[in-house]
Design a binder for this molecule. Structure first.
Ligand code: AHG
Ligand code: MN
Ligand code: MN
Length: 358
């Protein structure tokens, strides 16, 4: 017999039939017959830490977590209280879960080995920027977390992994993702079969699949760069920035500029809308500012999986062979046509510039 809810048509109302992150991961893992569930548990641990950081961030003005710790991190940068807190929450969650045997974090000089005697298999390495854009926290602007996941290579002991086990090129990543603590909190990740985005529903404390199979547009109407450093950029890049700002409606120029100063937030916006994010080398920072292992590589994996492109100006970011955990790299990342044109300008190659379609 028809229930009264059915007869009134209430069950036809679209209340949002969303899949949770956990359901999604399990479904993905079921596709691989020999999977042990370890990767699902690792992502569960990461998403739990993200929820805890999110909770603290949402109350940041009310509890004493704004401001600096008074310490500098390994990069010599001022450490915010939230940097330290986010680092701690991710390390605790990964240690508790037992699936990760080695963590590399922006907030710690050396990679941190974890005892794997607890619940899990301890076969993964996680590299992290626990809090990205932290200079924006005190003024209530979106920040994020970035993570990159590798397998412990053969020949290493998971009970005592050498720190250099973390020094793998980005092409070896098994997964990468970020969390943006924005107007809503989203977790976006890839395991190499596209990019999926999940929005946190704070009322039930679950990440729900809201952006399946994200594709970035081939070109977009946004460029993001700290143009305050214009005079420190090399000639090719200055020519590209000038070109973007020329008036030519036929080729949709000038292109808008948007720069939050939180890489995760700038990247997320450009991924969805189409655009290019640049953090180039400057005269005083010839290696650029962003970190290869836990900022550039994970975002490069995501952008490529979404149809985009990431280069350091000379080569594909993910093919760079790392020589240290906190290595920096110049970065040009985003919509493929825009990144290709930037590369042509950087090389001073007029023919290539002309051959990229508008
Ligand atoms: P973090 O907060 O993890 O140190 O990263 C800050 C980075 C990145 O998020 C942002 O895009 C960039 O620094 C901004 O640098 P500038 O202020 O030099 O533009
Ligand atoms: Mn960062
Ligand atoms: Mn950071």
């Amino acid at each position: 017999m028809e229930s009264s809810a059915e007869s009134k048509g209430l069950l036809d109302v679209d209340l949002g039939d969303f899949k949770t992150l956990e359901q999604f991961i399990i479904e993905q893992e079921d596709r691989f017959p020999h999977s042990t569930g370890a990767f699902s548990r690792l992502l569960r641990d990461i998403s739990l830490a993200a929820k805890i950081v999110n909770r603290d961030m949402r109350r940041a003005g009310l509890i004493d977590i704004y401001g600096d710790t008074g310490e500098t991190n390994v990069q010599g940068e001022v450490q915010k209280k939230m940097d330290a807190l986010a680092h701690r929450e991710f390390v605790l969650a990964l240690r508790r879960g037992g699936e990760c045997c080695l963590i590399g974090s922006e907030e710690h000089a050396e990679a941190i080995p974890l005892s794997t005697s607890s619940a899990g298999d301890g076969k993964y390495i996680v590299l992290l920027d626990p809090l990205d854009g932290s200079s924006n926290i005190d003024v209530n602007v979106s920040v994020g977390t970035i993570f990159s996941i590798y397998r412990l290579p053969d020949g290493y002991d998971k009970e005592k992994p050498e720190p250099d086990a973390a020094l793998q090129p980005g092409t070896q990543q098994v997964a990468a993702g970020y969390v943006v603590y924005g107007s809503s909190t989203m977790l976006v990740y890839t395991t190499g079969s596209g990019v999926d985005g999940f929005t946190l529903d704070p009322s039930i404390g679950e990440f729900l699949l809201s952006h399946p199979q994200i594709q970035t547009p081939n070109r977009g109407g946004i460029f993001s760069v700290n143009s305050g450093y214009y005079h420190a950029f090399d000639e090719g890049l200055r020519a590209y920035l000038d070109w973007l700002q020329e008036y030519d409606p036929e080729t949709n120029r000038p292109v808008k500029t948007r720069y939050i100063g939180s890489f995760v937030s700038d990247f997320h916006r450009n991924l969805l809308k189409g655009g290019i994010y640049m953090y180039p080398a400057t005269k005083s920072s010839p290696e650029g500012k962003l970190r290869l292992m836990y900022e550039a590589n994970p975002m490069a994996f995501i952008v490529e999986q979404a149809g985009g492109r990431a280069t350091d100006g000379q080569q594909r970011v993910m093919e760079k062979v790392p020589h240290k955990l906190h290595q920096r790299t110049p970065l040009f990342i985003g919509s493929p046509d825009m990144v290709q044109r930037a590369e042509a300008f950087l090389h001073g190659d007029d023919e290539r510039v002309a051959s990229v379609s508008d």
